[in-house]
Every structure is written in C-alpha cells, then in structure tokens.
Design a protein around this ligand. Structure first.
Ligand SMILES: Cc1ncc(COP(=O)(O)OP(=O)(O)O)c(N)n1
Ligand SMILES: Cc1ncsc1CCOP(=O)(O)O
Ligand SMILES: [Mg+2]
Length: 201
C-alpha cells in the first residue's frame, strides 16, 4: 500500500515545509497539501517551497481543493472535495491534464466521480479520528463497498496509525492517507518510517 501525508500545519510541531521535508525524505509516496483556510495567494506561497522539496525527492504533490494553485506550482494533481469544482468540470470544461482525485463519502459518490473523470478516490473516514469529531467512522466494510463500485485506485483516510494500518493490508486499498499521525509527531521522519514499515509489509 502507498502512503500519503495530508498536511495540517495547525497540528505541526515544526514548520510545515520541515514536516514535508522529513516525510518526503523518509519515503512517503505523496503529499496532499490541504490547508483549506488559506487564501489562494497564501496557499500558493506555502506550496512553492513544498513543490521544491517534493521535486527534489521525486514525491507526488497533490493540492486539495484549489485547482489554480495546483496548476500554478505544477503539482501532479488536485484533490476535489465537497466545496471544490466537480471532477467533470475540471476534466472536460477546463481540460486539466493532471491527476484528478476526489474525496468521497458514499458508494454513489465514488461511482459518479469515476464516471466524471476522477483518476483516484480518497474514501473515509474509515477509523475514529479527532479530525471528524462526533461522526461515526465508516469502517473497512465501507471501503469494500467503494472498491466494489470502481476500478480506479482508492486511498483510505481517517484514523490511520501504525496500529490501524495493518488491518487494511489486503483490503484492496491502493494506499492510506494520514494526517494526525505524521503532522503531530515530534519526529515526522520517524512516524513516516513506522507507517511505511507497515504499509510495505
Ligand atoms: C457527509 C460529509 N459531507 C461533507 C464532508 C466534507 O467532505 P470533503 O469536501 O471531502 O472535505 P474533507 O473530507 O477533506 O474534510 C464530509 N467529510 N462528509
Ligand atoms: C481530511 C479527512 N477526511 C477524512 S478523515 C480526515 C483527516 C485525516 O484523519 P487523521 O488525522 O485521523 O489521519
Ligand atoms: Mg472528505
């Protein structure tokens, strides 16, 4: 399984570019830059050094929500959520040629996203997480329902740690996306290595 870091600079004990540098250096497969509260200009300024770091390590960079920022920094793709442009608009109307990932929360959304040109899906939240307070986790059964609907890669998100990730091996998920476990770590490189050891088992 692949391992993706979803950024959250507010959880970080170090400056975000340093967390990204450590995770990328430790071998994470990709960075999903998700800082929804920033303006496009602010996100662009933050994305520039992160693009430089990921370029040096050959790590995939996906920008969440903001297609214009993804294009401006020549990221590998965009991750579209509820408040973003729909995948079909990004692909057909705009003609974006990069990766188009979609954040999905039901089998119907997953099917629709694939039909409209999504190249991968991020599905969750699978396990309990402080990032989705008061919301019941959807569990591995939900992941399986999504996998049954689509042929594109599906990445599991929500509550992924070195303790929960092993239960996803063999589930069919192409990867896992992690926020708290790495952003919030004293040593993001160590947290990344621990998760990679599980994911590559
Ligand atoms: C039921 C439901 N509605 C909306 C959201 C927010 O989804 P999304 O746009 O994917 O944003 P994040 O998942 O990145 O917070 C949701 N999670 N669930
Ligand atoms: C963006 C997002 N969508 C579902 S859970 C989540 C946050 C990541 O969860 P965690 O911090 O538990 O890795
Ligand atoms: Mg979501």
């Amino acid at each position: 399984m692949q391992l993706y870091l979803v950024t959250n600079r507010k959880q970080c004990l170090l400056p975000l570019p340093e967390v990204v540098r450590q995770a990328a250096g430790a071998g994470v497969n990709g960075i999903i830059l998700r800082e929804k509260d920033l303006t496009s200009r602010e996100l662009y300024e933050l994305a520039l050094p992160i693009r430089k770091i990921t370029g040096e390590t050959g790590t995939t960079l996906i920008v969440a929500d903001r297609l214009e920022v993804a294009m401006a920094v020549q990221a590998d793709g965009v991750l579209l959520g509820y408040s973003s442009l729909p995948p079909g608009v990004v692909k057909q109307t705009i003609g974006y040629r990069g990766e188009i990932w979609a954040s999905v929360h039901s089998p119907a959304e997953a099917r629709q996203a694939q039909q409209n040109g999504a190249t991968a899906l991020v599905a969750g939240h699978i396990f309990t997480t402080d990032c989705k307070p008061g919301l019941n986790p959807k569990g591995i059964s939900f992941l399986k329902e999504i996998l049954a609907q689509v042929t594109i890669p599906v990445i599991a998100i929500g509550g992924i740690t070195s303790s929960t990730a092993p239960s996803l091996i063999g589930s069919g998920a192409a990867g896992v996306a992690v926020m708290s476990y790495i952003n919030n770590a004293q040593e993001p490189s160590l947290a990344t290595r621990k998760l990679l050891a599980v994911c590559t088992r």
